[in-house]
Design a protein around this ligand. Structure first.
Ligand code: JET
Length: 249
């Protein structure tokens, strides 16, 4: 997968040089390129914003600069024609909610272009233009709060997507059991040595070596946590997949 990120703060994305995403880039699983939006400006001051039409506080990011940047990184207008796979992502507080399902869908794409907005946002015609000319555009929110720019949201989305790519995490099975995974539940509590710490013991069943009981305990705990912390997720559960024991939890 190729991911291009365009931002006025490229250094913000340097966290993606580290750890598993860093290794995925080094191994070639992920072709991640970070670009400075100002490279597509044409004036001496390298201006990317201007005052908002209709008045109001703050500044808006210019469509012409963004258009040149997105065309370039997504391969549009080049001799090889529009890059069919380029999916344009716009982190924004006013976007559709980014969830694990969104990450799974995006992990199937060949090419993501992430446009990191700042100030009061990117001129709305940018999203409008790329939608109208055949690019898949997703305006996505990572939560109901406002950041100063799209870079932090881009880090969140890129990590959530990259870790789903084959070969990025060591044990793909762990992707199934984690919170919001295929089971649609929150993850059960985990423990390691020592068996007693600060007068707290590890649940006996986990020391029993009885795998069927351990599996059952873990499923019960995942269900219990989900019911208590995320009743909204319970509604979406495939209750047909639950048995009488589950429902006694
Ligand atoms: C069309 O897209 C835009 O105009 C984006 O513009 C902005 C403006 C300010 C801040 C941000 C960053 O995104 C968030 O704050 C955010 C994303 N998720 N949850 C909070 C983006």
């Amino acid at each position: 997968m190729r991911i291009d990120v365009v931002t006025i703060f490229p250094d913000y994305l340097s966290a993606l040089d580290l750890s598993l995403v860093g290794k995925a880039r080094a191994s070639g699983i992920l072709d991640l390129r970070v670009h400075d939006l100002r490279d597509w400006t044409t004036d001496r001051h390298r201006t990317v914003d201007d005052t908002p039409f209709g008045g109001g506080a703050g500044m808006v990011m210019r469509p012409d600069v963004w258009g040149r940047a997105i065309d370039d990184v997504s391969g549009r207008g080049s001799e090889r024609g529009a890059d069919q796979g380029a999916h344009l992502l716009l982190p924004t507080p006013s976007g559709d909610t980014f969830t694990q399902r969104t990450a799974e869908r995006l992990a199937e794409a060949d090419h993501l272009v992430v446009a990191c907005g700042r100030y009061e946002g990117i001129d709305a015609r940018v999203a409008e233009h790329y939608r109208a000319t055949g690019t898949t555009v997703s305006e996505l929110s990572i939560g109901d709060y406002v950041l100063n720019g799209g870079e932090v949201a881009a880090l969140v989305m890129i990590e959530a997507v990259a870790r789903l790519l084959p070969g990025v995490v060591g044990n793909p099975h762990s992707l199934v059991e984690e919170s919001h995974g295929a089971a649609g539940l929150l993850e059960y509590p985990v423990y390691t040595k020592p068996p007693t710490w600060a007068e707290h013991d590890v649940p006996d069943v986990l020391l029993s070596g009885h795998h069927a009981r351990i599996e059952r305990w873990r499923r019960d705990e995942a269900l219990r946590r989900t019911v208590v912390r995320r009743p909204d997720m319970v509604e979406a559960l495939d209750v047909a997949g639950l048995d009488a024991h589950d429902l006694q939890v």
